[in-house]
Design a protein around this ligand. Structure first.
Ligand SMILES: Cc1cc2nc3c(=O)[nH]c(=O)nc-3n(C[C@H](O)[C@H](O)[C@H](O)COP(=O)(O)OP(=O)(O)OC[C@H]3O[C@@H](n4cnc5c(N)ncnc54)[C@H](O)[C@@H]3O)c2cc1C
Ligand code: SF4
Length: 507
Protein backbone atom coordinates (compact mmCIF):
# COMPACT_ATOMS: atom_id res chain seq x y z
CA UNK A 1 0.00 0.00 0.00
CA UNK A 2 0.97 3.62 -0.52
CA UNK A 3 0.13 6.81 1.29
CA UNK A 4 -1.74 9.42 -0.77
CA UNK A 5 -1.23 12.94 0.55
CA UNK A 6 -4.11 15.43 0.25
CA UNK A 7 -3.23 18.98 1.33
CA UNK A 8 -5.62 21.65 2.63
CA UNK A 9 -5.84 23.37 -0.77
CA UNK A 10 -6.31 20.12 -2.66
CA UNK A 11 -9.89 19.34 -1.69
CA UNK A 12 -11.01 18.18 -5.13
CA UNK A 13 -12.35 14.73 -6.02
CA UNK A 14 -10.52 14.97 -9.38
CA UNK A 15 -7.13 15.57 -7.69
CA UNK A 16 -4.42 13.65 -9.58
CA UNK A 17 -3.33 11.69 -6.51
CA UNK A 18 -6.89 10.40 -5.98
CA UNK A 19 -7.29 9.61 -9.66
CA UNK A 20 -4.14 7.50 -9.59
CA UNK A 21 -4.77 5.94 -6.16
CA UNK A 22 -6.30 2.60 -5.34
CA UNK A 23 -9.21 2.75 -2.90
CA UNK A 24 -8.83 -0.91 -2.04
CA UNK A 25 -5.34 -0.62 -0.57
CA UNK A 26 -3.98 2.93 -0.40
CA UNK A 27 -4.45 5.22 2.60
CA UNK A 28 -5.23 8.93 2.18
CA UNK A 29 -3.27 11.10 4.62
CA UNK A 30 -4.66 14.48 5.69
CA UNK A 31 -3.29 16.52 8.58
CA UNK A 32 -3.91 19.83 10.33
CA UNK A 33 -0.38 20.78 11.37
CA UNK A 34 1.08 23.63 13.38
CA UNK A 35 3.80 24.31 10.78
CA UNK A 36 1.30 25.12 8.03
CA UNK A 37 -1.07 26.96 10.35
CA UNK A 38 1.59 29.27 11.75
CA UNK A 39 4.47 29.92 9.31
CA UNK A 40 2.74 33.26 8.79
CA UNK A 41 0.12 34.58 11.25
CA UNK A 42 -2.89 33.50 9.17
CA UNK A 43 -6.23 35.20 9.64
CA UNK A 44 -8.35 33.04 12.02
CA UNK A 45 -11.17 32.85 9.44
CA UNK A 46 -8.72 31.44 6.89
CA UNK A 47 -7.52 28.73 9.30
CA UNK A 48 -11.10 27.85 10.28
CA UNK A 49 -12.18 27.68 6.64
CA UNK A 50 -9.29 25.37 5.76
CA UNK A 51 -9.73 22.97 8.68
CA UNK A 52 -13.53 22.80 8.38
CA UNK A 53 -13.33 22.17 4.62
CA UNK A 54 -10.60 19.53 5.16
CA UNK A 55 -12.65 17.66 7.77
CA UNK A 56 -15.72 17.66 5.56
CA UNK A 57 -13.74 16.57 2.51
CA UNK A 58 -12.19 13.70 4.53
CA UNK A 59 -15.70 12.55 5.38
CA UNK A 60 -16.81 12.59 1.73
CA UNK A 61 -13.75 10.50 0.86
CA UNK A 62 -14.65 7.97 3.57
CA UNK A 63 -18.25 7.89 2.33
CA UNK A 64 -16.83 7.20 -1.09
CA UNK A 65 -14.94 4.15 0.18
CA UNK A 66 -11.47 5.57 0.88
CA UNK A 67 -9.47 4.85 4.02
CA UNK A 68 -8.43 8.23 5.46
CA UNK A 69 -5.82 8.76 8.17
CA UNK A 70 -6.76 12.24 9.41
CA UNK A 71 -4.81 14.10 12.09
CA UNK A 72 -6.65 16.93 13.81
CA UNK A 73 -4.54 19.78 15.15
CA UNK A 74 -5.16 18.79 18.77
CA UNK A 75 -4.31 15.09 18.31
CA UNK A 76 -1.64 14.37 20.99
CA UNK A 77 0.35 12.33 18.41
CA UNK A 78 0.39 15.17 15.90
CA UNK A 79 4.05 15.74 14.92
CA UNK A 80 3.36 19.32 13.78
CA UNK A 81 4.49 19.07 10.15
CA UNK A 82 3.27 17.48 6.92
CA UNK A 83 6.46 15.49 6.48
CA UNK A 84 6.39 14.41 10.15
CA UNK A 85 2.86 13.10 9.70
CA UNK A 86 3.78 11.21 6.54
CA UNK A 87 6.75 9.56 8.26
CA UNK A 88 4.59 8.63 11.24
CA UNK A 89 1.79 7.21 9.03
CA UNK A 90 4.27 5.36 6.81
CA UNK A 91 5.60 3.37 9.74
CA UNK A 92 2.10 2.87 11.19
CA UNK A 93 0.83 1.38 7.90
CA UNK A 94 4.10 -0.10 6.69
CA UNK A 95 3.71 1.92 3.51
CA UNK A 96 5.86 1.37 0.43
CA UNK A 97 5.95 5.10 -0.34
CA UNK A 98 4.09 8.37 -0.67
CA UNK A 99 2.32 9.75 -3.71
CA UNK A 100 1.32 13.41 -3.78
CA UNK A 101 0.03 16.11 -6.09
CA UNK A 102 2.49 18.98 -6.50
CA UNK A 103 1.96 21.59 -3.76
CA UNK A 104 1.53 25.28 -4.65
CA UNK A 105 4.55 26.45 -2.69
CA UNK A 106 8.29 25.91 -3.19
CA UNK A 107 8.81 25.50 0.58
CA UNK A 108 6.61 22.42 0.71
CA UNK A 109 7.85 21.04 -2.60
CA UNK A 110 11.38 21.05 -1.16
CA UNK A 111 10.31 19.51 2.16
CA UNK A 112 8.45 16.65 0.47
CA UNK A 113 11.32 16.01 -1.93
CA UNK A 114 13.75 15.72 1.00
CA UNK A 115 11.74 13.16 2.97
CA UNK A 116 13.45 9.87 3.88
CA UNK A 117 10.64 7.96 2.12
CA UNK A 118 10.08 6.83 -1.44
CA UNK A 119 8.02 9.57 -3.05
CA UNK A 120 6.27 10.22 -6.33
CA UNK A 121 5.03 13.69 -7.29
CA UNK A 122 2.14 14.07 -9.75
CA UNK A 123 1.27 17.27 -11.63
CA UNK A 124 -1.66 19.32 -10.39
CA UNK A 125 -4.06 18.89 -13.29
CA UNK A 126 -6.75 21.20 -11.88
CA UNK A 127 -5.24 24.08 -13.85
CA UNK A 128 -5.85 24.83 -17.50
CA UNK A 129 -2.19 25.23 -18.47
CA UNK A 130 0.52 22.78 -17.42
CA UNK A 131 3.98 24.11 -16.48
CA UNK A 132 5.23 22.86 -19.83
CA UNK A 133 2.52 24.70 -21.77
CA UNK A 134 3.26 27.94 -19.95
CA UNK A 135 6.99 27.59 -20.49
CA UNK A 136 6.48 26.80 -24.19
CA UNK A 137 4.38 29.94 -24.51
CA UNK A 138 6.90 32.07 -22.57
CA UNK A 139 10.01 30.77 -24.33
CA UNK A 140 11.74 33.37 -26.46
CA UNK A 141 9.30 36.20 -25.66
CA UNK A 142 10.79 39.51 -24.58
CA UNK A 143 7.75 40.38 -22.50
CA UNK A 144 5.30 37.95 -20.94
CA UNK A 145 2.08 39.84 -21.58
CA UNK A 146 -0.94 38.25 -19.87
CA UNK A 147 -3.22 39.32 -22.71
CA UNK A 148 -1.53 37.04 -25.28
CA UNK A 149 -1.39 34.11 -22.90
CA UNK A 150 -5.09 34.62 -22.16
CA UNK A 151 -5.94 34.33 -25.87
CA UNK A 152 -4.19 30.97 -25.94
CA UNK A 153 -6.32 29.86 -23.00
CA UNK A 154 -9.49 31.04 -24.76
CA UNK A 155 -8.55 28.96 -27.77
CA UNK A 156 -7.64 25.97 -25.65
CA UNK A 157 -10.86 25.96 -23.59
CA UNK A 158 -13.17 27.21 -26.35
CA UNK A 159 -14.67 29.63 -23.81
CA UNK A 160 -16.38 32.62 -25.51
CA UNK A 161 -15.16 31.51 -28.91
CA UNK A 162 -17.07 31.72 -32.13
CA UNK A 163 -15.10 29.27 -34.25
CA UNK A 164 -11.58 30.64 -34.13
CA UNK A 165 -12.77 34.20 -33.43
CA UNK A 166 -13.53 35.77 -30.05
CA UNK A 167 -17.20 36.13 -29.16
CA UNK A 168 -18.45 39.60 -30.15
CA UNK A 169 -15.33 40.28 -32.25
CA UNK A 170 -13.01 41.48 -29.46
CA UNK A 171 -10.82 39.52 -27.05
CA UNK A 172 -11.05 42.02 -24.23
CA UNK A 173 -13.87 44.31 -23.08
CA UNK A 174 -11.99 45.93 -20.20
CA UNK A 175 -12.60 49.30 -21.75
CA UNK A 176 -16.25 49.08 -20.60
CA UNK A 177 -15.29 47.97 -17.09
CA UNK A 178 -14.00 51.01 -15.26
CA UNK A 179 -17.07 52.76 -13.98
CA UNK A 180 -16.80 54.68 -10.70
CA UNK A 181 -18.68 53.65 -7.58
CA UNK A 182 -22.44 53.34 -8.13
CA UNK A 183 -24.95 55.18 -5.89
CA UNK A 184 -26.76 51.95 -5.22
CA UNK A 185 -25.65 48.32 -5.24
CA UNK A 186 -28.40 45.93 -6.25
CA UNK A 187 -26.63 42.72 -5.13
CA UNK A 188 -26.68 41.76 -1.44
CA UNK A 189 -23.23 40.15 -1.36
CA UNK A 190 -22.00 36.56 -1.01
CA UNK A 191 -24.25 33.79 0.28
CA UNK A 192 -23.65 33.26 3.98
CA UNK A 193 -23.80 29.85 5.67
CA UNK A 194 -24.57 29.05 9.29
CA UNK A 195 -21.73 26.92 10.69
CA UNK A 196 -22.62 23.21 10.95
CA UNK A 197 -21.38 20.95 13.79
CA UNK A 198 -18.03 20.23 12.13
CA UNK A 199 -17.42 23.93 11.53
CA UNK A 200 -18.45 24.81 15.09
CA UNK A 201 -15.90 22.36 16.49
CA UNK A 202 -13.19 23.90 14.32
CA UNK A 203 -14.22 27.43 15.35
CA UNK A 204 -13.72 26.51 19.01
CA UNK A 205 -10.28 25.04 18.25
CA UNK A 206 -9.20 28.07 16.21
CA UNK A 207 -10.47 30.52 18.84
CA UNK A 208 -8.40 28.67 21.41
CA UNK A 209 -5.16 28.35 19.37
CA UNK A 210 -5.20 31.34 17.04
CA UNK A 211 -7.47 33.82 18.79
CA UNK A 212 -4.65 36.38 19.07
CA UNK A 213 -3.91 36.49 15.33
CA UNK A 214 -5.00 39.58 13.39
CA UNK A 215 -8.58 39.06 12.16
CA UNK A 216 -12.10 38.40 13.42
CA UNK A 217 -13.03 34.74 13.59
CA UNK A 218 -16.75 35.39 13.96
CA UNK A 219 -19.24 35.83 12.46
CA UNK A 220 -18.05 32.93 10.28
CA UNK A 221 -20.13 32.49 7.15
CA UNK A 222 -17.94 30.89 4.45
CA UNK A 223 -19.07 27.83 2.50
CA UNK A 224 -17.05 24.82 3.67
CA UNK A 225 -17.92 22.17 1.07
CA UNK A 226 -18.48 21.94 -2.66
CA UNK A 227 -22.28 21.83 -2.38
CA UNK A 228 -22.38 25.11 -0.48
CA UNK A 229 -19.77 26.73 -2.72
CA UNK A 230 -21.86 25.83 -5.78
CA UNK A 231 -24.98 27.33 -4.15
CA UNK A 232 -23.03 30.52 -3.55
CA UNK A 233 -21.77 30.55 -7.15
CA UNK A 234 -25.32 30.21 -8.53
CA UNK A 235 -26.46 33.03 -6.22
CA UNK A 236 -23.67 35.32 -7.47
CA UNK A 237 -24.20 34.47 -11.16
CA UNK A 238 -27.83 35.52 -10.79
CA UNK A 239 -27.35 38.62 -8.64
CA UNK A 240 -23.75 39.81 -9.03
CA UNK A 241 -22.41 38.78 -12.43
CA UNK A 242 -24.54 41.11 -14.58
CA UNK A 243 -22.87 44.18 -12.99
CA UNK A 244 -19.49 42.59 -12.21
CA UNK A 245 -17.72 44.18 -15.16
CA UNK A 246 -19.10 47.69 -14.85
CA UNK A 247 -18.13 48.15 -11.20
CA UNK A 248 -15.12 45.85 -10.90
CA UNK A 249 -12.81 48.70 -9.88
CA UNK A 250 -15.20 50.62 -7.62
CA UNK A 251 -14.94 50.95 -3.82
CA UNK A 252 -17.50 52.06 -1.27
CA UNK A 253 -17.29 52.94 2.44
CA UNK A 254 -20.33 50.85 3.30
CA UNK A 255 -20.15 47.92 0.91
CA UNK A 256 -17.37 45.34 1.20
CA UNK A 257 -18.17 43.13 -1.77
CA UNK A 258 -20.01 45.21 -4.38
CA UNK A 259 -20.50 42.81 -7.32
CA UNK A 260 -17.41 40.67 -6.72
CA UNK A 261 -17.73 36.91 -6.89
CA UNK A 262 -15.88 36.01 -3.66
CA UNK A 263 -14.98 32.65 -5.18
CA UNK A 264 -11.17 32.86 -5.01
CA UNK A 265 -11.05 31.07 -1.67
CA UNK A 266 -13.29 28.25 -2.92
CA UNK A 267 -11.46 27.75 -6.21
CA UNK A 268 -8.01 27.90 -4.62
CA UNK A 269 -8.93 25.36 -1.92
CA UNK A 270 -10.33 22.99 -4.56
CA UNK A 271 -14.04 23.25 -3.64
CA UNK A 272 -14.86 24.75 -7.04
CA UNK A 273 -13.30 23.77 -10.33
CA UNK A 274 -12.10 26.84 -12.31
CA UNK A 275 -13.24 25.52 -15.67
CA UNK A 276 -16.66 24.57 -14.35
CA UNK A 277 -17.03 28.06 -12.85
CA UNK A 278 -16.17 29.66 -16.20
CA UNK A 279 -18.51 27.36 -18.11
CA UNK A 280 -21.40 28.35 -15.85
CA UNK A 281 -20.58 32.02 -16.32
CA UNK A 282 -20.38 31.59 -20.13
CA UNK A 283 -23.75 29.84 -20.02
CA UNK A 284 -25.27 32.89 -18.29
CA UNK A 285 -24.12 34.95 -21.28
CA UNK A 286 -25.58 32.48 -23.77
CA UNK A 287 -28.87 32.51 -21.85
CA UNK A 288 -28.98 36.29 -22.08
CA UNK A 289 -28.62 36.71 -18.29
CA UNK A 290 -25.34 38.66 -18.25
CA UNK A 291 -23.62 41.05 -20.69
CA UNK A 292 -20.45 40.18 -22.56
CA UNK A 293 -18.24 42.77 -20.81
CA UNK A 294 -19.03 41.19 -17.41
CA UNK A 295 -18.66 37.61 -18.58
CA UNK A 296 -15.48 38.18 -20.57
CA UNK A 297 -13.96 40.23 -17.73
CA UNK A 298 -14.62 37.47 -15.23
CA UNK A 299 -13.41 34.61 -17.44
CA UNK A 300 -10.22 36.60 -18.17
CA UNK A 301 -9.49 36.79 -14.44
CA UNK A 302 -9.69 33.02 -14.10
CA UNK A 303 -8.27 31.52 -17.29
CA UNK A 304 -6.05 34.54 -17.92
CA UNK A 305 -4.68 36.11 -14.74
CA UNK A 306 -5.01 33.14 -12.42
CA UNK A 307 -3.24 30.77 -14.81
CA UNK A 308 -0.69 33.38 -15.83
CA UNK A 309 0.46 34.21 -12.29
CA UNK A 310 0.81 30.51 -11.54
CA UNK A 311 2.96 30.13 -14.62
CA UNK A 312 5.20 32.99 -13.47
CA UNK A 313 5.53 31.62 -9.93
CA UNK A 314 6.75 28.25 -11.11
CA UNK A 315 8.88 29.63 -13.92
CA UNK A 316 10.69 32.15 -11.71
CA UNK A 317 11.64 29.70 -8.97
CA UNK A 318 12.02 29.70 -5.18
CA UNK A 319 13.89 33.02 -4.89
CA UNK A 320 10.98 35.00 -6.35
CA UNK A 321 9.57 36.01 -2.96
CA UNK A 322 12.93 37.51 -1.92
CA UNK A 323 13.17 39.92 -4.86
CA UNK A 324 13.41 43.62 -4.15
CA UNK A 325 14.24 45.40 -7.40
CA UNK A 326 13.52 48.86 -5.99
CA UNK A 327 15.57 48.33 -2.82
CA UNK A 328 12.67 49.19 -0.52
CA UNK A 329 13.39 48.51 3.13
CA UNK A 330 10.97 50.39 5.34
CA UNK A 331 9.15 48.24 7.94
CA UNK A 332 5.47 47.45 7.37
CA UNK A 333 3.55 50.07 9.38
CA UNK A 334 1.48 48.95 12.34
CA UNK A 335 -1.70 50.17 10.65
CA UNK A 336 -1.61 47.05 8.44
CA UNK A 337 -2.11 44.97 11.59
CA UNK A 338 -4.99 47.12 12.79
CA UNK A 339 -3.12 50.16 14.16
CA UNK A 340 -5.06 53.40 13.81
CA UNK A 341 -4.81 55.58 10.72
CA UNK A 342 -6.43 58.82 9.60
CA UNK A 343 -6.47 57.67 5.97
CA UNK A 344 -10.03 56.57 5.38
CA UNK A 345 -9.28 54.41 2.33
CA UNK A 346 -6.60 52.45 4.23
CA UNK A 347 -8.79 52.17 7.30
CA UNK A 348 -11.67 50.77 5.22
CA UNK A 349 -9.55 48.29 3.25
CA UNK A 350 -7.70 47.03 6.34
CA UNK A 351 -10.82 47.08 8.52
CA UNK A 352 -12.73 44.85 6.13
CA UNK A 353 -9.69 42.60 5.76
CA UNK A 354 -9.73 42.14 9.52
CA UNK A 355 -13.47 41.44 9.52
CA UNK A 356 -13.77 39.22 6.44
CA UNK A 357 -10.31 37.96 5.44
CA UNK A 358 -11.34 39.58 2.14
CA UNK A 359 -10.74 42.71 0.11
CA UNK A 360 -11.33 42.95 -3.60
CA UNK A 361 -8.67 43.40 -6.25
CA UNK A 362 -8.61 47.19 -6.42
CA UNK A 363 -8.47 47.54 -2.65
CA UNK A 364 -5.46 45.18 -2.62
CA UNK A 365 -3.76 46.80 -5.60
CA UNK A 366 -4.60 50.49 -5.49
CA UNK A 367 -5.05 51.11 -1.76
CA UNK A 368 -2.93 48.86 0.51
CA UNK A 369 -0.54 47.81 -2.26
CA UNK A 370 -0.20 51.29 -3.75
CA UNK A 371 0.51 52.78 -0.32
CA UNK A 372 3.19 50.17 0.50
CA UNK A 373 4.90 50.76 -2.85
CA UNK A 374 4.80 54.56 -2.62
CA UNK A 375 6.05 54.45 0.98
CA UNK A 376 8.93 52.11 0.09
CA UNK A 377 7.96 49.19 2.34
CA UNK A 378 10.11 46.06 2.27
CA UNK A 379 8.32 43.79 -0.26
CA UNK A 380 9.06 40.64 1.78
CA UNK A 381 7.04 42.09 4.65
CA UNK A 382 4.28 43.15 2.30
CA UNK A 383 4.23 39.64 0.85
CA UNK A 384 3.99 38.08 4.30
CA UNK A 385 1.06 40.33 5.20
CA UNK A 386 -0.95 39.45 2.10
CA UNK A 387 -0.20 35.77 2.53
CA UNK A 388 -1.47 35.91 6.11
CA UNK A 389 -4.60 38.00 5.92
CA UNK A 390 -6.62 36.80 2.92
CA UNK A 391 -8.66 33.61 2.93
CA UNK A 392 -7.71 32.98 -0.71
CA UNK A 393 -3.96 33.48 -0.20
CA UNK A 394 -1.57 30.67 -1.20
CA UNK A 395 1.93 31.50 -2.26
CA UNK A 396 1.67 30.48 -5.94
CA UNK A 397 -1.07 33.07 -6.52
CA UNK A 398 -0.32 35.64 -3.82
CA UNK A 399 3.41 36.13 -4.48
CA UNK A 400 3.22 37.10 -8.18
CA UNK A 401 0.37 39.48 -7.36
CA UNK A 402 2.28 41.11 -4.51
CA UNK A 403 5.96 40.86 -5.40
CA UNK A 404 5.28 41.32 -9.11
CA UNK A 405 2.08 43.17 -9.88
CA UNK A 406 1.76 45.29 -6.78
CA UNK A 407 5.31 46.03 -5.55
CA UNK A 408 7.28 45.88 -8.83
CA UNK A 409 9.90 43.97 -6.83
CA UNK A 410 10.45 41.50 -9.71
CA UNK A 411 11.68 44.36 -11.90
CA UNK A 412 8.77 44.35 -14.28
CA UNK A 413 8.20 40.71 -15.19
CA UNK A 414 4.46 41.05 -14.54
CA UNK A 415 3.80 44.80 -14.62
CA UNK A 416 5.17 46.92 -17.44
CA UNK A 417 5.07 49.91 -15.09
CA UNK A 418 4.46 50.26 -11.35
CA UNK A 419 0.81 50.38 -10.26
CA UNK A 420 0.96 53.73 -8.49
CA UNK A 421 -1.51 56.55 -8.21
CA UNK A 422 -2.09 59.74 -6.29
CA UNK A 423 -5.27 60.21 -4.24
CA UNK A 424 -7.07 61.20 -7.42
CA UNK A 425 -7.63 57.64 -8.58
CA UNK A 426 -9.06 56.57 -5.21
CA UNK A 427 -11.29 59.63 -5.21
CA UNK A 428 -12.59 58.84 -8.69
CA UNK A 429 -13.32 55.18 -7.95
CA UNK A 430 -14.71 55.43 -4.41
CA UNK A 431 -16.57 57.51 -1.86
CA UNK A 432 -13.73 57.22 0.69
CA UNK A 433 -12.30 60.71 0.40
CA UNK A 434 -15.44 62.51 1.56
CA UNK A 435 -15.10 61.03 5.05
CA UNK A 436 -11.31 61.32 5.32
CA UNK A 437 -9.27 63.48 7.70
CA UNK A 438 -7.06 64.37 4.72
CA UNK A 439 -8.15 66.38 1.71
CA UNK A 440 -7.67 64.70 -1.64
CA UNK A 441 -7.56 68.07 -3.44
CA UNK A 442 -4.62 69.25 -1.33
CA UNK A 443 -1.24 68.56 -2.86
CA UNK A 444 0.71 70.10 0.02
CA UNK A 445 -0.01 71.39 3.50
CA UNK A 446 -1.27 69.91 6.79
CA UNK A 447 -4.18 68.10 5.23
CA UNK A 448 -2.60 67.01 1.96
CA UNK A 449 -3.58 63.46 1.01
CA UNK A 450 -0.53 61.25 1.74
CA UNK A 451 -0.99 59.46 -1.61
CA UNK A 452 -0.45 62.84 -3.32
CA UNK A 453 2.80 63.52 -1.48
CA UNK A 454 4.18 60.01 -1.76
CA UNK A 455 3.32 59.66 -5.42
CA UNK A 456 5.78 62.38 -6.41
CA UNK A 457 8.29 61.19 -3.82
CA UNK A 458 8.26 57.74 -5.43
CA UNK A 459 8.71 59.11 -8.95
CA UNK A 460 11.48 61.42 -7.83
CA UNK A 461 13.48 58.82 -5.93
CA UNK A 462 13.19 56.25 -8.75
CA UNK A 463 13.74 58.70 -11.58
CA UNK A 464 16.75 56.85 -13.02
CA UNK A 465 14.81 53.66 -13.34
CA UNK A 466 11.48 54.94 -14.67
CA UNK A 467 12.12 58.12 -16.57
CA UNK A 468 12.77 56.23 -19.78
CA UNK A 469 9.68 54.03 -19.45
CA UNK A 470 7.44 55.07 -22.37
CA UNK A 471 4.33 54.69 -20.21
CA UNK A 472 5.70 57.01 -17.53
CA UNK A 473 7.22 59.88 -19.49
CA UNK A 474 4.09 62.00 -19.04
CA UNK A 475 4.26 61.74 -15.27
CA UNK A 476 7.81 63.09 -15.27
CA UNK A 477 6.86 65.89 -17.63
CA UNK A 478 4.08 67.01 -15.24
CA UNK A 479 6.54 66.88 -12.32
CA UNK A 480 9.15 68.85 -14.20
CA UNK A 481 6.64 71.54 -15.13
CA UNK A 482 5.85 72.24 -11.46
CA UNK A 483 7.82 75.15 -10.11
CA UNK A 484 10.84 74.29 -8.09
CA UNK A 485 9.61 75.62 -4.75
CA UNK A 486 6.53 73.52 -5.01
CA UNK A 487 8.53 70.41 -5.85
CA UNK A 488 10.74 71.01 -2.83
CA UNK A 489 7.73 71.46 -0.57
CA UNK A 490 6.16 68.22 -1.84
CA UNK A 491 9.37 66.27 -1.25
CA UNK A 492 10.05 67.66 2.18
CA UNK A 493 6.45 67.11 3.31
CA UNK A 494 6.61 63.56 1.98
CA UNK A 495 9.85 63.03 3.94
CA UNK A 496 8.13 64.38 7.04
CA UNK A 497 5.24 61.97 6.52
CA UNK A 498 7.60 59.01 6.12
CA UNK A 499 9.45 59.96 9.31
CA UNK A 500 6.19 59.97 11.22
CA UNK A 501 5.31 56.61 9.72
CA UNK A 502 8.65 55.16 10.80
CA UNK A 503 8.27 56.58 14.29
CA UNK A 504 4.97 54.72 14.61
CA UNK A 505 2.94 57.93 14.87
CA UNK A 506 -0.67 57.83 13.78
CA UNK A 507 -0.80 59.07 10.18
C1 LIG B 1 -1.69 42.67 -3.97
C2 LIG B 1 -2.60 41.57 -4.42
C3 LIG B 1 -2.64 40.36 -3.74
C4 LIG B 1 -3.47 39.34 -4.19
N1 LIG B 1 -3.45 38.14 -3.52
C5 LIG B 1 -4.23 37.11 -3.97
C6 LIG B 1 -4.23 35.86 -3.29
O1 LIG B 1 -3.54 35.67 -2.31
N2 LIG B 1 -5.03 34.87 -3.77
C7 LIG B 1 -5.82 35.07 -4.87
O2 LIG B 1 -6.53 34.14 -5.25
N3 LIG B 1 -5.83 36.23 -5.52
C8 LIG B 1 -5.08 37.27 -5.09
N4 LIG B 1 -5.11 38.46 -5.76
C9 LIG B 1 -5.95 38.59 -6.97
C10 LIG B 1 -7.38 39.11 -6.69
O3 LIG B 1 -7.31 40.31 -5.99
C11 LIG B 1 -8.22 38.10 -5.93
O4 LIG B 1 -8.22 36.88 -6.61
C12 LIG B 1 -9.66 38.56 -5.80
O5 LIG B 1 -9.72 39.81 -5.16
C13 LIG B 1 -10.49 37.53 -5.05
O6 LIG B 1 -11.77 38.00 -4.84
P1 LIG B 1 -13.02 37.48 -5.69
O7 LIG B 1 -13.10 36.00 -5.61
O8 LIG B 1 -14.21 38.24 -5.22
O9 LIG B 1 -12.59 37.91 -7.13
P2 LIG B 1 -13.33 38.54 -8.37
O10 LIG B 1 -12.96 39.96 -8.45
O11 LIG B 1 -14.76 38.27 -8.36
O12 LIG B 1 -12.56 37.78 -9.56
C14 LIG B 1 -12.86 36.45 -9.90
C15 LIG B 1 -11.72 35.49 -9.75
O13 LIG B 1 -10.70 35.75 -10.69
C16 LIG B 1 -9.44 35.29 -10.19
N5 LIG B 1 -8.51 36.42 -10.20
C17 LIG B 1 -8.79 37.72 -10.38
N6 LIG B 1 -7.67 38.46 -10.43
C18 LIG B 1 -6.66 37.61 -10.23
C19 LIG B 1 -5.26 37.77 -10.16
N7 LIG B 1 -4.68 38.97 -10.30
N8 LIG B 1 -4.52 36.69 -9.92
C20 LIG B 1 -5.08 35.48 -9.78
N9 LIG B 1 -6.40 35.26 -9.85
C21 LIG B 1 -7.18 36.32 -10.08
C22 LIG B 1 -9.69 34.81 -8.78
O14 LIG B 1 -9.80 33.41 -8.79
C23 LIG B 1 -11.02 35.46 -8.42
O15 LIG B 1 -11.72 34.70 -7.49
C24 LIG B 1 -4.29 39.52 -5.33
C25 LIG B 1 -4.25 40.74 -5.99
C26 LIG B 1 -3.41 41.75 -5.55
C27 LIG B 1 -3.37 43.03 -6.31
S1 SF4 C 1 -7.99 61.73 0.87
FE1 SF4 C 1 -6.28 60.41 0.38
S2 SF4 C 1 -5.97 59.18 2.23
FE2 SF4 C 1 -8.01 60.09 2.38
S3 SF4 C 1 -9.40 58.55 1.54
FE3 SF4 C 1 -8.85 59.94 -0.14
S4 SF4 C 1 -7.09 58.94 -1.11
FE4 SF4 C 1 -7.34 57.99 0.91
Amino acid sequence: MRLLLVLGDQLSPNLSVLQKGDKAQDVVVMAEVADEASYVPHHPKKIAFTFAAMRKFAQTLRDDGWTVAYTPLDDPHNSGSITGELIRRASEHNAAGVVYTEPGEWRLIAALGDMPLKTHCLPDTRFIASHQEFDDWAEGRKQLRMEYFYREMRRKTGLLMDGDQPEGGKWNYDHDNRKPAPDQVTYGGPMQFTPDDTTKEVLALVADRFGDNFGDLEPFWFATDTGQARQHLAHWIKGGLPNFGDFQDAMLDDNRFLYHAVVGLYINAGLLDPLEVCQKVAQAYRDGDAPLNAVEGFIRQIIGWREYVRGIYFREGPDYTARNALGHDRALPEMYWGGETRMNCMSKAIGQTRAEAYAHHIQRLMVTGNFALLAGIDPAQVHEWYLAVYADAYEWVEAPNVIGMSQFADDGIIASKPYISSGNYIHKMSDHCGACAYRVQDKTGDKACPFNLLYWHFLDRHRDRFEGNPRMGNMYRVWDRMDEDRRETVLSEADGFLKKLEAGEKV
